[in-house]
Each structure stands twice: as structure tokens, then as C-alpha cells.
Design a protein around this ligand. Sequence first.
Ligand code: GLU
Length: 550
Amino acid sequence: MDYNHLAELLFPHIRQTPEEVEARYPKRALPEGAKVTRMGPSPTGFMHLGNLFGALVDERLAHQSGGVFYLRIEDTDKKREVEGGVETILKAFASFGLHFDEGATLQGDSGAYGPYRQSRRAEIYQAFVKSLVQRGMAYPCFCTEEELAQAHAQQEAAKENFGYYGKYAVWRDRPMEDIEAELQKGTPYVIRFRSEGSIENKVRHEDLVKGKMEVTENDQDVVILKSDGIPTYHFAHVVDDHLMGTTVVVRGEEWLATLPVHLQLFRAMGWKAPKYAHTAQLMKIDPETGGKRKLSKRKDPELALDFYYREGYPVPAVLEYLMTLLNSNFEEWRRANPDAPMDDFPFSTKKMSGSGALFDIEKLRDVSKNVISRMPAGTAYDYIAQWSADNDPDFHKLFTRDPAFSKAYLAIGRGGKKPRKDLALWSDAKPYMDFMFDELFQPDYTLPQNVSADDAKAILADFAGVFDENDTPEGFFDKMKAIAAAHGFAADTKAFKQDPGQYKGAVGDVSMVVRIAVAGRQNAPDLQTVMGILGRARVLERLRRAEAAL
Ligand code: GLU
């Protein structure tokens, strides 16, 4: 067989040689040990938690080692691609603060190892495929879907392995006349790689996550170029990660099954394979069955990345929670370093679990409460302002009307050893502070059972007479005690507990009456501080309003 002739027949338009292509992708000049990682999402319009999970590993490995983290758009499957898919990808990563050093951007490519969209690399792949054909290592296959389905049925009946191998590899050794005849007719064809592997052989692989393993050699003549001249994932992965200098491929464990194909292709091309980190699937406990299962696009809204933004999960909390799933020692590190930036954590693939990571949204909420409670009020303010601008414009107007006012409220109980943990989501901000805005103030004047309306009115009238917005919380409490004593309530809770029959209630009931009047509800952060922020006129007005309503 004249392979050169065949290669010219198939790729007359390809003039560049593999060497010429290689020369355009020089080895990266990076310090010893620097890792080059990449994200290779497909523009399907759906970005999921798994994408972010993997991206975090990529980002940490690269940036922790002084390497490069880049974005490559894997748009070889036109059927799955949607309009605006690339934009969705870029927005999703940007919204989580993941920064690519190079790769596809909306304005085009940034970096010297592009193009970073696989659809724009057709001639590069074809140059390598042409060279494989010239060396008798790849060949065209003209099988139709029906023929392949027939072979599949035959294999099923005979209980044989499925696929294109052995006697089923019907175009593997076909004479040139047959190939020329099909080409003449214009029959569509794919290019297959000629496998020299056997399922009798094992290949050793050391995965950064899964550890040492043996995989069965590939004996299938896999498709490397589809009939439209675009490569399959297998071939594009091998060519791109070689040319772009990727040193670690982080991807989902669903790719382990075809790893033998990839290792075989790297060997056939004479290239060093990158290291692989196959990450475990994200699992959850099914609320109905109580069993563990994979997160599902159909059943679990939390699989979609835009869910987190919409619902108001703070970005640092999501990242931090994913890090607890990725590295078993992260939580311990966080306890020892409560205020350190997450990037100070020494991330390691060695601490990654090879089995499924259990995603628990309740745990994420807990992490989120901690993360928010550690933020300075100004940071929380900025996040809430941004989130509400997109998701709750009415609240946004009120919240940002007087930034100092909102920040002062958010500052209550922040800092210190035991900060308040009222907010898990940015959407919690509104119910947490709506009463601070007259427009949203809808008081519920339900009194504690042991306080009569008349007593409450008297308490409010007394308090209006002594209220001073400049009091300290202790000063306020002293006033509460005095009012309690004047109206038959115990000024001292202990005294009340010792002899409850003596009193109508205790000082706590008295301050509750004031809280209900000022905040319109039984729960609110430190009342004296709240009143200081609301200001004298508003507090007096609210006291009057409650008195009238009771
Ligand atoms: N395009 C592949 C995917 O969408 C990327 C896998 C990889 O990172 O190699 O899953």
C-alpha cells in the first residue's frame, strides 16, 4: 500500500508538516516544578459544579507552583454546542473569581499557544493525522451507521466485546482500489487509528488522585477524525495537551475508561503523556431514598453553577466548601487559620479522595455563615449591593440609599471571637434587616404572654421619656431595669427565677416590649446599637406607633 499516496488523496489541502506545527509551540520557559493545567469545557450552555470543582484543582496546581492555568474551548461536538455557550463559560468562571493566564476570551485569544478553540485548529489536527496515514498508522473507514449497528448486534449475539477491532475492523486492511472507489463516490468517512494493542496486555498508570493502577490496553481502532474533518475528544486531547504544554490533566473520572486510548495515542505520536488527576464524581444523599447518588441535571438545581449566584451563595463560601470536599485536611487548616486567605492553604492532589465526594448543601450553608461572619461589614455590603442589583432591585435601592447606614447595621456583632452568623446567603440580608427601612417595616406587635397591653403601653411611654440614642448597651439595660422595677417586673432575672410568683415577669420581658416596638419583631441584633443607627426621631416615632396600636 502506498501510504503517501493515500495521505495525499485524503489530505491534499494539508501542506504543513507536524514539525512545522511543533515549531510554533515551543517548550514553555517555566521554573522547575511549575505545572501547566487547563480547563477544557464544551460550550453546551450548561456549566455545572463539576466544572468548578475541577477548575479549582487546575487553578491551585498551576498558581501554587508558579505555572500556567489556561482555558481551551472544546467545541468539537457541533450537536451539543449552543449559541452563547462560550460566553456562559467565561462568565461562570469569572463570577467565581477564577483567573486564566491564557486562553479563549470573548475578544479572541490571549496567549501564544492558541488557537484556544478546537474548532479553529482543524488543520493542525489534520497535519498530524496526515502524518499518521503516511506512516500506515491511521486509515479511512467508510462504514455506515447501519453497518456499525449490525456489527454491534452480531457482537451482542455472540457475547463478544463491542467495538471496531479484529475481524470487525473491516477497513483496516482494505486494498487501495476499495478506498479509491469509495472516495470517488464521495462516501463519507472517518479516520481511525490503527491499534497495535491487545486486551491481553495491561498498562501501568499512576494517577494523581486514584493512585497506582493497571488498565487494559486498547485494541480498538478508535475514530480520531470525524467525517467533518474535526477530531474526536481523544485525538484533540492528545494533540492539544502536547502542543500547549499541559503537564497535569485534571478531568472527571468518567474519562478513565478511555485513558488506555489516550496513553496509546501519546506513545504512537512519540510524545510524553501528561500526568492525570481523575477526580471523583460529586454525589449527594437523595432526600427521598436516603441513598447516595450522582448529582443530576434534571433533579438537582444545585448542580448548575448559575444556581449559586441566583440564590446568593457567596463566591468565597462556595470555593471554600469545594475545597473542603477536595482536600481532607482543609477544615483542620481553616480552624487553625481562620483569617488566612484560602490560597494560603497548601493544596495537594495527595489529599484528594479517589471515591465520590459527598456534596451537602446544608454544609455549604454552614461554611457560608462562617465565611460571611468573618468578612468586614464593607465587604459584605459590597456583595449584597451587587447581588441585590441583579436579583432584587427594589431592595437594592433601599439598601444602597445610605451606604453608611446599611454598613453600620451589618457591622453589629461582627469581629471578635464569636461573631453573629445571621447570613448564609446574600438573599438573607433582606429578611435580616428589612425592619430598618420604613418602606419595609411591617411590625408584628404580638406581646409576650405575660405582658398586658396596658403594661406594654406604660413601658413604652416610660422608655420614650428616657431614651438616649447615645447610651451604651449597658446604659440601655440599666434603664430597662428601672422601668421593670417600676411596673412590677423583676429587674434581676435571678430574683425572678427564685420567686416567679412575686413578679409579672422579668427585665427581659420589658426589653422585649421595646424591641417589638422598634424592630417590629422579637429577634433583632443589639437593640441599643440598632436604635443608634435608626436615629432619635425614627425610634420615637416607632415607640409612638406601637403604643397607639396596642
Ligand atoms: N471537553 C471535555 C468535557 O467537557 C473536557 C475533558 C478534559 O478536561 O479533558 O468534559
